[in-house]
Design a protein around this ligand. Structure first.
Ligand code: NAP
Length: 250
C-alpha cells in the first residue's frame, strides 16, 4: 500500500523558532515522523525547557539550542558544529519571526531594522550557511514561513509585510539556483494562526480579522506543520519555488 505521508526516519532537520507556536508544531510533527530535529530559539528558556520536557521520549532526536538567527557569525559557528557532528543536513525550516507593528509615519527605525533582520536577514543567514551541507549530498529541502501580508499588505505592518515579501523573492531566486542539485526551496504562507505571535490583539480586532477569513476561524499551528511536512517530503520533489497558502481562503 502506498503511504501518503512522507517518512522522515534518518532525516536531519533544522527548525528556527522551534520552541513556541508554529515552529514547535513543525518540530514535533517531524519528531513524530522519525526525524532528528535541531531546534533553535532566541532566548525564551522557559519555553525551550517546557518543550524539551514534553518531548523527552524522543531522546537525542530533539536538540534545542539558543541561536540568534540575525547573528551571521553565530549561525556560521552553529552550522560548523552541526557539520562536524552530523556531516550533512536534509531540511531547513526558516520559521523564526517577529512583528513590531506601527503605521509607517510613526515607525521607529529600530522596529523596521529588527523585523527585517530577524525575518529576512535571519532567513538569509540560515539558508546561506545550511546550503553547503545540502549541496554536499545533492539533496535538500528549504522551507520559509512567510505570510499573505507579503502581497496583501496591512496597515501598521509595512516592516513585517516587506520582510515577508523579501522572503518570497529570496526563495524564488534560490529555488532556481539549486534545483539541479535536487534541493527544493518553497514557502508556506499561513493566515491567522492562534499562537503567542498574535496573542496581543484586542478581542474586537480578532473578531474583525475572523470575519475576513472565509473559513470563519483562525488556523492552528498543526495545520501549518502538515503543509511544511508535505513540502519537506520526497513526494514533493517536483514542487519548487512555490508558495503554499494555509489561510482558510484569505
Ligand atoms: P511565536 O509563537 O511568536 O514564536 C516565534 C519563535 O521565533 C520563537 O520560538 C522565538 O524564540 C523565535 N525567534 C524570534 N526571534 C528569533 C531570533 N532572532 N533568532 C532565533 N529565533 C527567534 O510566532 P509564530 O506565530 O509561531 O510564528 C512563526 C512564524 O510564522 C513567523 O515567521 C511568523 O511571521 C509566521 N506567521 C505567523 C502567523 C500567525 O498568525 N501566528 C501568520 C503568518 C505567518 P523565543 O521563544 O526564544 O523568543
Amino acid at each position: 500500500m502506498v503511504s501518503l505521508m512522507p517518512a522522515f526516519e534518518d532525516k536531519k532537520v533544522v527548525v528556527t523558532g522551534a520552541t513556541r507556536g508554529i515552529g514547535r508544531a513543525i518540530a514535533e510533527l517531524f519528531l513524530a515522523h522519525g526525524a532528528t530535529v535541531f531546534g533553535v530559539y532566541a532566548g525564551n528558556h522557559m519555553a525551550a525547557e517546557s518543550m524539551a520536557a514534553d518531548n523527552v521520549r524522543h531522546g537525542t532526536r530533539l536538540q534545542l539550542s539558543r541561536l540568534d538567527v540575525t547573528d551571521y557569525q553565530a549561525v556560521a559557528a552553529y552550522f560548523a558544529k552541526l557539520e562536524e557532528e552530523q556531516d550533512t543536513l536534509d531540511i531547513l525550516v526558516n520559521n523564526a519571526g517577529i512583528r513590531r507593528d506601527a503605521v509607517l509615519a510613526l515607525m521607529k527605525e529600530e522596529d523596521w531594522r529588527n523585523v527585517i533582520d530577524v525575518n529576512l536577514t535571519g532567513s538569509f543567514n540560515m539558508s546561506r550557511l545550511a546550503l553547503p551541507l545540502m549541496l554536499k549530498q545533492k539533496y535538500g529541502r528549504i522551507i520559509f514561513i512567510t505570510s499573505p501580508m507579503s502581497y496583501l499588505g496591512f496597515a501598521g505592518q509595512a516592516n513585517y509585510a516587506a520582510s515577508k515579501a523579501g522572503q518570497i523573492g529570496l526563495m524564488k531566486s534560490l529555488a532556481k539556483e539549486v534545483a539541479k542539485r535536487k534541493i527544493t526551496v518553497n514557502c508556506v504562507s499561513p493566515g491567522f494562526i492562534r499562537t503567542g505571535f498574535i496573542a496581543d490583539l484586542p478581542e474586537e480586532q480578532v473578531k474583525s480579522y475572523k470575519k475576513m477569513v472565509p473559513a470563519n476561524r483562525f488556523g492552528t499551528p498543526d495545520e501549518v506543520a502538515d503543509a511544511v511536512l508535505f513540502l519537506a517530503g520526497d513526494r514533493s520533489a517536483y514542487i519548487n519555488g512555490a508558495v503554499l497558502e494555509v489561510t482558510g481562503g484569505l
